[in-house]
Design a binder for this molecule. Structure first.
Ligand code: GN1
Ligand code: MG
Length: 356
């Protein structure tokens, strides 16, 4: 492979696998036989430059963040990016695709997980990540996707696209448009308050799905948080919200059978315990009081992003079949509805997690 050669991986090519996680970039595990005979694997990724318009800026951000973490926590597993002969941690190939290569960490990840201790450990991992970056100066970071989790703006954009009805697809999504419209004010509140300076500006991950934590296959303890493409200044509670949106869903993110989609409160309790054990002394009271609303808001936000992509021609998220983005929308809205229904119980679990 030409890309691996450019990154000067030692040895001869042995095998490659496609890693099918993620809706945006393409990821491969590539294995080389080193001159010693030993097999060594790497992660090779092609960045979707339709989504990440300035991939060089992403690599600069990642370089800064991983350097900071490595300096502060030298004994922890960390991400290393390989450099080309020109000293760059990325490569444009002849088709102008953008590639990067990093160390492969032998590990397991969870797309779904019913083991409460693992869920709690996922909470710890994201809480720890927040702490690792608490003394990192976010102002040096490029805003790789402007207004990425500005729910208020995302909703405005959705309703502009609904008004335009460019592809005439509104009719297929009447109910979903109505539901999001009824949630619009509530879901946009936190991002509004953030813009008004009501919450501290934190350095956040912004894509805290559980499969972005690598676990030791034997001890099932977290090793490292990955996918740093969207590390930017943001709200701590949105990282929490995005994580529980993904983990506490009893079904997959794109489950078509809505009867299977619930927000699991036992999983929520497990995640809260892990997460708050790390950050309960560093988050403000306002942030802690907003955790449940953040889970609702980011779920509605993602529903609106899927729906917007459906209405405007499926150009952002990879889709596996026509209507995939509409199915994703329905699933996220079902989840948001269940979060609202269980709000009081979830608030109670948050306060209980702080005490214990
Ligand atoms: C995208 O590609 P992936 O899985 O890392 C998206 C997230 C969404 C997620 C939903 C840059 O992440 O914001 O929450 O899909 N990333 C980007 O599965 O838009
Ligand atoms: Mg991601």
């Amino acid at each position: 492979m030409e890309v691996s050669q450019a990154f000067r991986l030692p040895g001869t090519f042995y095998a490659y696998d496609t890693i099918k996680n993620g809706n945006i970039n393409s990821t491969y595990k590539v294995t080389y036989r080193e001159p010693s005979g030993h097999l060594k694997s790497y992660i090779v990724q092609k960045i979707n430059t339709n989504v990440f318009k300035n991939p060089e800026e992403i690599m600069e951000n990642i370089d800064r963040v991983t350097t900071h973490i490595r300096e502060r926590y030298p004994n922890e597993v960390s991400l290393h990016f390989h450099h080309t002969a020109e000293g760059k941690n990325y490569l444009y190939d002849e088709d102008d695709s953008f590639w990067r290569v990093m160390n492969y960490v032998d590990s397991i990840t969870y797309n779904t997980c019913d083991e409460l201790p693992v869920i709690s450990a996922t909470g710890e991992a994201f809480g720890h990540f927040q702490n690792q970056l608490s003394d990192f100066d976010g102002s040096v970071l490029h805003e790789t996707i402007p207004d990425f989790h500005n729910t208020h703006k995302r909703l405005d954009k959705l309703f502009d696209d609904v008004a335009a009805n460019k592809l005439g697809r509104n009719d297929e999504a009447t109910e979903e448009i109505e539901t999001i419209s009824s949630y619009r004010y509530k879901a946009g509140q936190l991002s509004e308050r953030y813009m008004n300076g009501d919450f501290p500006v934190r350095v956040t991950h912004n894509d805290t799905k559980s499969n972005n934590v690598l676990f030791d296959r034997f001890t099932k303890r977290p090793l490292v948080v990955i996918d740093l493409d969207t590390v930017m200044p943001g709200m701590a509670m949105y990282d929490f919200g995005d994580a529980v949106r993904f983990i506490c869903n009893t079904a997959a993110e794109d489950e078509p059978d809505l009867r299977r989609v619930y927000f699991d409160t036992s999983k929520f309790r497990a995640f809260c315990h892990g997460y708050l054990s790390e950050v309960k002394n560093s988050l403000t009271k306002d942030e802690i009081d907003s955790l449940v609303l953040a889970a609702f808001s980011i779920t509605v936000e993602l529903a609106s992003r899927f729906l917007d992509d459906f209405l405007t021609g499926d150009t952002y998220f990879k889709v596996n079949y026509p209507g995939h983005n509409l199915v994703r929308t329905r699933c996220q809205l079902q989840l948001a509805k269940d979060i609202l229904r269980k709000k009081d119980e979830l608030e109670w679990i948050v306060s209980e997690s702080i005490e214990g």
